[in-house]
Design a protein around this ligand. Structure first.
Ligand code: NAP
Ligand code: HSE
Length: 430
Protein backbone atom coordinates (compact mmCIF):
# COMPACT_ATOMS: atom_id res chain seq x y z
CA UNK A 1 0.00 0.00 0.00
CA UNK A 2 1.78 3.13 -1.21
CA UNK A 3 -0.85 5.75 -0.60
CA UNK A 4 -4.25 6.34 0.94
CA UNK A 5 -6.61 8.73 -0.76
CA UNK A 6 -8.72 11.03 1.31
CA UNK A 7 -11.83 13.10 0.57
CA UNK A 8 -12.12 16.07 2.93
CA UNK A 9 -15.66 17.40 3.52
CA UNK A 10 -15.18 20.94 4.87
CA UNK A 11 -12.32 23.40 4.75
CA UNK A 12 -13.25 25.73 7.59
CA UNK A 13 -11.60 25.98 11.02
CA UNK A 14 -10.97 22.25 11.44
CA UNK A 15 -10.55 21.32 7.76
CA UNK A 16 -7.87 23.98 7.33
CA UNK A 17 -6.05 22.56 10.38
CA UNK A 18 -6.24 19.06 8.89
CA UNK A 19 -4.62 20.22 5.63
CA UNK A 20 -1.91 22.07 7.61
CA UNK A 21 -1.07 19.06 9.81
CA UNK A 22 -1.03 16.66 6.87
CA UNK A 23 1.46 18.99 5.18
CA UNK A 24 3.59 20.13 8.15
CA UNK A 25 3.88 16.66 9.77
CA UNK A 26 4.07 14.80 6.50
CA UNK A 27 7.41 13.10 7.15
CA UNK A 28 6.54 11.85 10.65
CA UNK A 29 3.11 10.62 9.53
CA UNK A 30 4.57 8.79 6.54
CA UNK A 31 7.27 7.20 8.72
CA UNK A 32 4.71 5.94 11.24
CA UNK A 33 2.28 4.63 8.62
CA UNK A 34 4.65 3.48 5.92
CA UNK A 35 2.46 5.11 3.30
CA UNK A 36 1.51 8.51 1.98
CA UNK A 37 -1.78 10.33 2.63
CA UNK A 38 -3.09 12.12 -0.45
CA UNK A 39 -6.00 14.57 -0.33
CA UNK A 40 -7.92 13.98 -3.57
CA UNK A 41 -10.99 16.19 -3.21
CA UNK A 42 -12.26 18.85 -0.82
CA UNK A 43 -15.97 19.58 -0.46
CA UNK A 44 -16.87 23.22 0.30
CA UNK A 45 -19.94 25.36 -0.15
CA UNK A 46 -18.14 28.22 -1.91
CA UNK A 47 -15.27 27.43 -4.26
CA UNK A 48 -14.28 31.08 -4.63
CA UNK A 49 -13.82 31.79 -0.94
CA UNK A 50 -10.38 32.98 0.24
CA UNK A 51 -8.68 30.12 2.14
CA UNK A 52 -6.16 30.27 5.02
CA UNK A 53 -4.23 27.38 3.58
CA UNK A 54 -2.57 26.73 0.26
CA UNK A 55 -4.41 24.10 -1.76
CA UNK A 56 -4.60 22.92 -5.32
CA UNK A 57 -7.76 24.62 -6.74
CA UNK A 58 -8.61 21.42 -8.65
CA UNK A 59 -9.27 19.68 -5.32
CA UNK A 60 -12.23 21.93 -4.55
CA UNK A 61 -15.77 20.90 -5.37
CA UNK A 62 -19.29 21.66 -4.23
CA UNK A 63 -20.49 18.25 -5.40
CA UNK A 64 -20.50 15.60 -2.62
CA UNK A 65 -20.72 12.80 -5.23
CA UNK A 66 -17.14 13.58 -6.23
CA UNK A 67 -16.13 12.36 -2.77
CA UNK A 68 -18.61 9.75 -1.57
CA UNK A 69 -19.08 8.09 -4.97
CA UNK A 70 -15.45 8.45 -6.03
CA UNK A 71 -13.91 4.99 -6.35
CA UNK A 72 -10.40 6.41 -5.84
CA UNK A 73 -11.17 7.71 -2.34
CA UNK A 74 -10.56 5.37 0.63
CA UNK A 75 -11.39 7.60 3.59
CA UNK A 76 -13.82 10.48 4.06
CA UNK A 77 -12.91 13.11 6.65
CA UNK A 78 -16.10 14.93 7.61
CA UNK A 79 -15.45 18.33 9.17
CA UNK A 80 -18.28 20.38 7.70
CA UNK A 81 -20.94 19.97 10.40
CA UNK A 82 -24.70 19.50 10.00
CA UNK A 83 -26.86 16.53 10.92
CA UNK A 84 -29.43 15.15 8.47
CA UNK A 85 -27.80 15.92 5.10
CA UNK A 86 -24.40 14.96 6.45
CA UNK A 87 -25.83 11.68 7.72
CA UNK A 88 -27.20 10.86 4.23
CA UNK A 89 -23.80 11.65 2.74
CA UNK A 90 -21.89 9.49 5.22
CA UNK A 91 -24.32 6.58 4.88
CA UNK A 92 -23.69 6.68 1.14
CA UNK A 93 -19.93 6.76 1.72
CA UNK A 94 -20.16 3.70 4.02
CA UNK A 95 -22.22 1.76 1.49
CA UNK A 96 -19.41 2.56 -0.94
CA UNK A 97 -16.96 1.00 1.61
CA UNK A 98 -15.28 4.25 2.57
CA UNK A 99 -13.96 4.66 6.09
CA UNK A 100 -14.94 7.79 8.00
CA UNK A 101 -13.30 10.20 10.40
CA UNK A 102 -15.53 12.91 11.80
CA UNK A 103 -15.40 15.73 14.35
CA UNK A 104 -19.17 16.10 14.27
CA UNK A 105 -20.64 15.56 17.77
CA UNK A 106 -24.06 16.83 16.70
CA UNK A 107 -24.28 14.08 14.07
CA UNK A 108 -22.71 11.34 16.19
CA UNK A 109 -24.95 12.05 19.20
CA UNK A 110 -28.05 11.63 17.02
CA UNK A 111 -27.07 9.05 14.37
CA UNK A 112 -23.81 7.64 15.79
CA UNK A 113 -25.05 4.17 16.78
CA UNK A 114 -26.74 3.64 13.40
CA UNK A 115 -23.66 4.83 11.50
CA UNK A 116 -21.31 2.67 13.59
CA UNK A 117 -23.40 -0.42 12.88
CA UNK A 118 -23.61 0.40 9.17
CA UNK A 119 -19.84 0.85 9.13
CA UNK A 120 -19.29 -2.51 10.81
CA UNK A 121 -21.62 -4.24 8.36
CA UNK A 122 -19.52 -2.80 5.53
CA UNK A 123 -16.18 -3.68 7.18
CA UNK A 124 -15.44 0.00 7.58
CA UNK A 125 -14.26 2.12 10.49
CA UNK A 126 -15.69 5.33 11.92
CA UNK A 127 -13.48 7.25 14.31
CA UNK A 128 -14.77 10.40 15.98
CA UNK A 129 -12.39 11.33 18.79
CA UNK A 130 -12.30 15.00 17.75
CA UNK A 131 -16.02 15.32 18.45
CA UNK A 132 -15.53 15.23 22.24
CA UNK A 133 -13.16 17.66 23.94
CA UNK A 134 -11.29 18.58 20.72
CA UNK A 135 -7.59 17.85 21.21
CA UNK A 136 -7.98 15.57 24.27
CA UNK A 137 -7.88 11.93 23.12
CA UNK A 138 -10.65 10.95 25.51
CA UNK A 139 -12.72 8.53 23.40
CA UNK A 140 -9.60 6.53 22.60
CA UNK A 141 -8.65 6.59 26.28
CA UNK A 142 -12.01 5.06 27.21
CA UNK A 143 -12.00 2.46 24.45
CA UNK A 144 -8.29 1.55 24.60
CA UNK A 145 -6.31 2.94 27.53
CA UNK A 146 -8.96 2.10 30.13
CA UNK A 147 -10.41 -0.87 28.23
CA UNK A 148 -9.64 -3.34 31.03
CA UNK A 149 -11.41 -1.33 33.72
CA UNK A 150 -15.04 -0.76 34.69
CA UNK A 151 -15.77 2.95 34.42
CA UNK A 152 -17.99 4.13 37.25
CA UNK A 153 -18.14 7.86 36.81
CA UNK A 154 -17.18 10.54 34.32
CA UNK A 155 -17.30 14.23 35.13
CA UNK A 156 -16.43 16.53 32.27
CA UNK A 157 -15.97 20.15 31.42
CA UNK A 158 -16.66 19.46 27.76
CA UNK A 159 -17.82 22.86 26.57
CA UNK A 160 -15.20 25.59 26.27
CA UNK A 161 -17.64 28.46 25.79
CA UNK A 162 -19.48 27.94 29.07
CA UNK A 163 -16.26 27.30 30.96
CA UNK A 164 -14.87 30.56 29.57
CA UNK A 165 -18.04 32.44 30.59
CA UNK A 166 -18.13 31.00 34.12
CA UNK A 167 -14.39 31.61 34.62
CA UNK A 168 -14.73 35.29 33.68
CA UNK A 169 -17.93 35.70 35.72
CA UNK A 170 -16.15 34.19 38.76
CA UNK A 171 -12.65 35.64 38.52
CA UNK A 172 -13.41 39.05 36.99
CA UNK A 173 -17.05 39.48 38.08
CA UNK A 174 -18.01 40.18 34.46
CA UNK A 175 -21.62 40.03 33.24
CA UNK A 176 -22.84 36.93 31.36
CA UNK A 177 -23.78 38.73 28.12
CA UNK A 178 -20.45 40.55 27.86
CA UNK A 179 -18.42 37.35 28.28
CA UNK A 180 -20.60 35.38 25.86
CA UNK A 181 -19.87 38.02 23.23
CA UNK A 182 -16.12 37.64 23.93
CA UNK A 183 -16.36 33.85 23.57
CA UNK A 184 -18.10 34.29 20.21
CA UNK A 185 -15.40 36.72 19.04
CA UNK A 186 -12.69 34.27 20.12
CA UNK A 187 -14.38 31.57 18.02
CA UNK A 188 -15.17 28.90 20.68
CA UNK A 189 -18.92 29.35 20.57
CA UNK A 190 -21.16 27.47 18.10
CA UNK A 191 -22.81 29.47 15.29
CA UNK A 192 -25.91 29.47 17.50
CA UNK A 193 -24.43 29.84 21.01
CA UNK A 194 -27.70 28.68 22.59
CA UNK A 195 -26.49 25.10 22.22
CA UNK A 196 -23.38 25.98 24.25
CA UNK A 197 -25.09 28.10 26.88
CA UNK A 198 -28.11 25.83 27.39
CA UNK A 199 -25.95 22.71 27.69
CA UNK A 200 -26.95 20.91 24.48
CA UNK A 201 -23.41 20.84 23.04
CA UNK A 202 -22.10 19.30 26.29
CA UNK A 203 -25.04 16.86 26.39
CA UNK A 204 -24.15 15.60 22.91
CA UNK A 205 -20.58 14.99 24.04
CA UNK A 206 -21.70 13.28 27.27
CA UNK A 207 -23.93 10.95 25.23
CA UNK A 208 -20.87 9.80 23.27
CA UNK A 209 -18.78 9.39 26.42
CA UNK A 210 -21.51 7.49 28.28
CA UNK A 211 -22.12 5.09 25.38
CA UNK A 212 -18.46 4.12 25.32
CA UNK A 213 -17.93 4.06 29.07
CA UNK A 214 -20.97 1.99 30.03
CA UNK A 215 -21.28 -0.14 26.87
CA UNK A 216 -24.98 0.56 26.48
CA UNK A 217 -26.98 2.69 24.05
CA UNK A 218 -27.68 6.02 25.67
CA UNK A 219 -29.45 8.57 23.53
CA UNK A 220 -29.45 12.34 23.73
CA UNK A 221 -33.01 12.20 25.12
CA UNK A 222 -31.70 10.23 28.12
CA UNK A 223 -29.53 13.18 29.23
CA UNK A 224 -31.00 15.63 31.75
CA UNK A 225 -29.79 19.06 30.66
CA UNK A 226 -29.72 22.52 32.14
CA UNK A 227 -27.52 25.40 31.07
CA UNK A 228 -25.80 28.37 32.64
CA UNK A 229 -27.95 31.31 31.55
CA UNK A 230 -29.69 31.63 34.93
CA UNK A 231 -26.51 31.65 37.04
CA UNK A 232 -26.09 35.00 38.78
CA UNK A 233 -23.19 36.79 40.44
CA UNK A 234 -24.97 36.14 43.77
CA UNK A 235 -25.00 32.37 43.14
CA UNK A 236 -21.27 32.49 42.35
CA UNK A 237 -20.50 34.59 45.40
CA UNK A 238 -22.54 32.45 47.86
CA UNK A 239 -21.05 29.28 46.41
CA UNK A 240 -17.61 30.81 46.90
CA UNK A 241 -18.29 31.76 50.54
CA UNK A 242 -19.16 28.10 51.17
CA UNK A 243 -15.93 26.93 49.47
CA UNK A 244 -17.27 26.01 46.02
CA UNK A 245 -16.77 26.99 42.36
CA UNK A 246 -19.65 26.72 39.87
CA UNK A 247 -18.89 24.86 36.63
CA UNK A 248 -21.06 23.40 33.87
CA UNK A 249 -20.35 19.72 34.45
CA UNK A 250 -21.42 16.73 32.40
CA UNK A 251 -21.85 13.77 34.70
CA UNK A 252 -22.28 10.14 33.67
CA UNK A 253 -22.34 7.55 36.41
CA UNK A 254 -23.39 3.96 36.89
CA UNK A 255 -24.40 1.95 39.95
CA UNK A 256 -26.16 -1.41 40.14
CA UNK A 257 -26.23 -1.48 36.32
CA UNK A 258 -28.26 1.74 36.13
CA UNK A 259 -27.00 4.92 34.53
CA UNK A 260 -27.50 8.63 35.08
CA UNK A 261 -26.30 11.19 32.55
CA UNK A 262 -26.74 14.92 33.08
CA UNK A 263 -25.31 18.28 32.19
CA UNK A 264 -25.93 20.92 34.80
CA UNK A 265 -24.31 23.78 36.69
CA UNK A 266 -22.54 22.05 39.55
CA UNK A 267 -20.75 23.30 42.65
CA UNK A 268 -17.33 21.70 43.10
CA UNK A 269 -14.97 22.17 46.04
CA UNK A 270 -12.56 24.96 45.10
CA UNK A 271 -9.59 22.55 45.23
CA UNK A 272 -11.21 19.86 43.05
CA UNK A 273 -9.07 19.33 39.89
CA UNK A 274 -12.03 20.27 37.66
CA UNK A 275 -12.60 23.50 39.59
CA UNK A 276 -9.09 24.55 38.58
CA UNK A 277 -9.79 24.18 34.84
CA UNK A 278 -10.12 27.74 33.57
CA UNK A 279 -11.23 29.66 30.50
CA UNK A 280 -11.95 27.68 27.33
CA UNK A 281 -10.00 24.60 28.46
CA UNK A 282 -11.73 21.23 28.73
CA UNK A 283 -11.06 18.41 31.16
CA UNK A 284 -12.55 15.00 31.69
CA UNK A 285 -12.27 13.27 35.05
CA UNK A 286 -12.77 9.50 34.88
CA UNK A 287 -13.18 7.22 37.87
CA UNK A 288 -12.55 3.55 37.15
CA UNK A 289 -13.14 0.68 39.57
CA UNK A 290 -9.48 -0.43 39.40
CA UNK A 291 -7.57 2.59 38.14
CA UNK A 292 -9.22 5.02 40.57
CA UNK A 293 -9.12 8.71 39.67
CA UNK A 294 -7.70 9.94 36.34
CA UNK A 295 -8.03 13.29 34.62
CA UNK A 296 -7.43 14.41 31.04
CA UNK A 297 -6.96 18.10 30.31
CA UNK A 298 -6.43 20.19 27.18
CA UNK A 299 -7.87 22.38 24.46
CA UNK A 300 -11.46 21.41 23.68
CA UNK A 301 -11.63 23.29 20.39
CA UNK A 302 -9.59 25.25 17.89
CA UNK A 303 -8.18 24.53 14.46
CA UNK A 304 -4.92 22.67 15.16
CA UNK A 305 -5.92 20.91 18.43
CA UNK A 306 -9.08 19.51 16.84
CA UNK A 307 -7.27 18.69 13.60
CA UNK A 308 -4.64 16.77 15.60
CA UNK A 309 -7.39 14.45 16.84
CA UNK A 310 -8.81 14.13 13.31
CA UNK A 311 -5.46 13.22 11.73
CA UNK A 312 -4.61 10.78 14.56
CA UNK A 313 -7.96 9.08 13.90
CA UNK A 314 -7.14 8.98 10.20
CA UNK A 315 -3.85 7.28 11.03
CA UNK A 316 -5.72 4.70 13.13
CA UNK A 317 -8.06 3.99 10.19
CA UNK A 318 -5.05 3.52 7.92
CA UNK A 319 -3.30 1.18 10.40
CA UNK A 320 -6.45 -0.94 10.48
CA UNK A 321 -6.58 -1.05 6.67
CA UNK A 322 -2.95 -2.18 6.58
CA UNK A 323 -3.55 -4.86 9.21
CA UNK A 324 -6.76 -5.99 7.52
CA UNK A 325 -8.83 -5.42 10.67
CA UNK A 326 -11.14 -2.61 9.54
CA UNK A 327 -14.66 -2.70 10.92
CA UNK A 328 -13.65 -4.29 14.22
CA UNK A 329 -13.14 -1.18 16.34
CA UNK A 330 -16.85 -0.83 17.07
CA UNK A 331 -18.21 -3.27 19.65
CA UNK A 332 -21.98 -3.79 19.94
CA UNK A 333 -23.47 -2.55 23.26
CA UNK A 334 -22.92 -5.21 25.91
CA UNK A 335 -25.70 -4.18 28.28
CA UNK A 336 -29.37 -3.27 28.07
CA UNK A 337 -29.91 0.44 28.72
CA UNK A 338 -31.17 1.05 32.23
CA UNK A 339 -31.61 4.59 33.47
CA UNK A 340 -31.85 5.67 37.09
CA UNK A 341 -35.12 7.13 38.33
CA UNK A 342 -35.05 10.32 40.40
CA UNK A 343 -35.32 8.29 43.61
CA UNK A 344 -32.08 6.52 42.66
CA UNK A 345 -30.03 9.62 41.79
CA UNK A 346 -28.05 10.70 44.85
CA UNK A 347 -26.04 13.87 45.31
CA UNK A 348 -25.75 16.94 47.53
CA UNK A 349 -27.62 20.14 46.67
CA UNK A 350 -27.06 23.87 47.19
CA UNK A 351 -30.36 25.70 47.75
CA UNK A 352 -30.98 29.46 48.02
CA UNK A 353 -34.32 30.85 49.15
CA UNK A 354 -35.78 34.13 50.30
CA UNK A 355 -37.94 33.88 53.43
CA UNK A 356 -39.83 36.09 55.88
CA UNK A 357 -37.42 37.24 58.58
CA UNK A 358 -39.69 36.33 61.53
CA UNK A 359 -39.88 33.89 64.42
CA UNK A 360 -40.90 30.37 63.40
CA UNK A 361 -39.81 30.60 59.74
CA UNK A 362 -36.82 28.37 60.20
CA UNK A 363 -38.86 25.79 62.06
CA UNK A 364 -41.46 25.63 59.25
CA UNK A 365 -38.69 25.10 56.72
CA UNK A 366 -36.87 22.46 58.74
CA UNK A 367 -40.16 20.60 59.35
CA UNK A 368 -40.44 20.11 55.60
CA UNK A 369 -36.88 18.94 55.20
CA UNK A 370 -37.21 16.65 58.23
CA UNK A 371 -40.36 15.07 56.77
CA UNK A 372 -38.32 14.28 53.62
CA UNK A 373 -35.34 13.03 55.73
CA UNK A 374 -33.12 15.77 54.30
CA UNK A 375 -30.25 16.89 56.52
CA UNK A 376 -27.77 19.72 56.04
CA UNK A 377 -24.01 20.01 55.77
CA UNK A 378 -23.85 23.84 55.65
CA UNK A 379 -26.27 26.72 56.29
CA UNK A 380 -25.90 30.50 55.94
CA UNK A 381 -28.44 33.20 56.79
CA UNK A 382 -28.04 36.71 55.39
CA UNK A 383 -30.16 39.85 54.96
CA UNK A 384 -32.77 39.49 52.17
CA UNK A 385 -33.78 41.92 49.43
CA UNK A 386 -36.05 43.89 51.85
CA UNK A 387 -35.79 44.53 55.59
CA UNK A 388 -38.61 42.05 56.28
CA UNK A 389 -36.86 39.19 54.48
CA UNK A 390 -33.78 37.03 54.91
CA UNK A 391 -31.90 34.87 52.49
CA UNK A 392 -31.08 31.29 53.46
CA UNK A 393 -28.36 29.38 51.64
CA UNK A 394 -27.95 25.70 52.47
CA UNK A 395 -26.04 22.67 51.29
CA UNK A 396 -27.68 19.32 51.95
CA UNK A 397 -26.01 16.01 52.71
CA UNK A 398 -26.47 13.42 49.94
CA UNK A 399 -30.16 13.06 49.10
CA UNK A 400 -32.08 11.68 46.15
CA UNK A 401 -33.32 13.99 43.42
CA UNK A 402 -36.83 12.90 44.38
CA UNK A 403 -36.28 14.07 47.97
CA UNK A 404 -35.06 17.41 46.62
CA UNK A 405 -38.04 17.87 44.27
CA UNK A 406 -40.55 16.88 46.96
CA UNK A 407 -38.97 19.31 49.46
CA UNK A 408 -38.96 22.17 46.94
CA UNK A 409 -42.61 21.55 46.08
CA UNK A 410 -43.56 21.69 49.75
CA UNK A 411 -41.44 24.80 50.37
CA UNK A 412 -43.16 26.64 47.51
CA UNK A 413 -46.44 26.12 49.33
CA UNK A 414 -45.20 27.79 52.55
CA UNK A 415 -46.32 31.41 53.05
CA UNK A 416 -43.01 32.22 54.82
CA UNK A 417 -40.99 31.27 51.70
CA UNK A 418 -41.26 34.08 49.16
CA UNK A 419 -38.85 32.63 46.56
CA UNK A 420 -36.74 29.57 45.84
CA UNK A 421 -34.02 31.63 44.19
CA UNK A 422 -31.85 28.81 42.82
CA UNK A 423 -30.67 25.28 43.46
CA UNK A 424 -27.69 23.40 42.04
CA UNK A 425 -26.02 20.05 42.26
CA UNK A 426 -22.94 19.78 44.52
CA UNK A 427 -20.42 17.10 43.55
CA UNK A 428 -16.78 16.08 43.86
CA UNK A 429 -16.65 15.76 47.66
CA UNK A 430 -16.65 11.99 48.06
P1 NAP B 1 -16.61 25.80 9.79
O1 NAP B 1 -15.40 26.62 10.10
O2 NAP B 1 -17.93 26.47 9.72
O3 NAP B 1 -16.32 25.05 8.42
C1 NAP B 1 -17.28 24.28 7.77
C2 NAP B 1 -16.74 23.91 6.40
O4 NAP B 1 -17.66 23.03 5.76
C3 NAP B 1 -16.55 25.08 5.46
O5 NAP B 1 -15.40 24.89 4.68
C4 NAP B 1 -17.80 25.06 4.57
O6 NAP B 1 -17.56 25.53 3.24
C5 NAP B 1 -18.07 23.57 4.53
N1 NAP B 1 -19.50 23.27 4.40
C6 NAP B 1 -20.46 23.49 5.32
N2 NAP B 1 -21.65 23.05 4.87
C7 NAP B 1 -21.43 22.56 3.64
C8 NAP B 1 -22.26 21.98 2.66
N3 NAP B 1 -23.57 21.79 2.88
N4 NAP B 1 -21.70 21.58 1.49
C9 NAP B 1 -20.39 21.75 1.26
N5 NAP B 1 -19.55 22.29 2.16
C10 NAP B 1 -20.06 22.70 3.32
O7 NAP B 1 -16.76 24.61 10.86
P2 NAP B 1 -15.65 24.03 11.84
O8 NAP B 1 -15.55 24.92 13.03
O9 NAP B 1 -14.44 23.70 11.08
O10 NAP B 1 -16.37 22.71 12.37
C11 NAP B 1 -16.48 21.58 11.55
C12 NAP B 1 -16.99 20.39 12.38
O11 NAP B 1 -16.07 20.11 13.42
C13 NAP B 1 -18.34 20.62 13.05
O12 NAP B 1 -19.03 19.41 13.09
C14 NAP B 1 -17.93 21.04 14.47
O13 NAP B 1 -18.93 20.76 15.43
C15 NAP B 1 -16.73 20.15 14.68
N6 NAP B 1 -15.80 20.66 15.68
C16 NAP B 1 -15.30 21.91 15.57
C17 NAP B 1 -14.38 22.37 16.50
C18 NAP B 1 -13.77 23.73 16.39
O14 NAP B 1 -12.91 24.06 17.21
N7 NAP B 1 -14.14 24.53 15.41
C19 NAP B 1 -13.98 21.53 17.58
C20 NAP B 1 -14.52 20.23 17.65
C21 NAP B 1 -15.43 19.81 16.69
P3 NAP B 1 -17.09 27.04 2.93
O15 NAP B 1 -15.71 27.15 3.51
O16 NAP B 1 -17.08 27.14 1.46
O17 NAP B 1 -18.08 27.91 3.60
N1 HSE C 1 -18.69 25.24 21.02
C1 HSE C 1 -17.84 24.18 21.45
C2 HSE C 1 -17.24 24.58 22.80
C3 HSE C 1 -16.73 23.95 20.43
O1 HSE C 1 -17.43 25.73 23.24
O2 HSE C 1 -16.64 23.74 23.45
C4 HSE C 1 -16.05 22.62 20.57
O3 HSE C 1 -16.93 21.54 20.41
Amino acid sequence: MKEINVGLCGLGTVGTGVVKILKDHQEEIKYKLGCEIVVKKVLVSDINKQRDVEIDPSWLTTDPDQLVNNKDIDVIIEVMGGIENTNILLEQALRNKKHIVTANKDLMAVHGQKLLKLAKNNNCDIYYDASVAGGIPILRTLSDGLASDRIQKIMGIVNGTTNYILTKMTDEKLAFEKVLKEAQELGFAEADPTSDVEGLDAARKMTLLANLAFKMEISLDDVVVSGISDITQEDISFASSLGYTIKLIGIASISNGKVEVSVEPTLLPQDHPLALVKNEYNAVYVYGESVGETMFYGPGAGSLPTATAVVSDLMEVIKNIRLGISGNAYVYPQYKTQLKENKEKYTKYFIRMEVNDEAGTFQEITNIFTAESVSFAKILQLPGSTKETAEIVMVTHKISKQQLLNSLDELKGLSVVSDIISYYRVDGEE
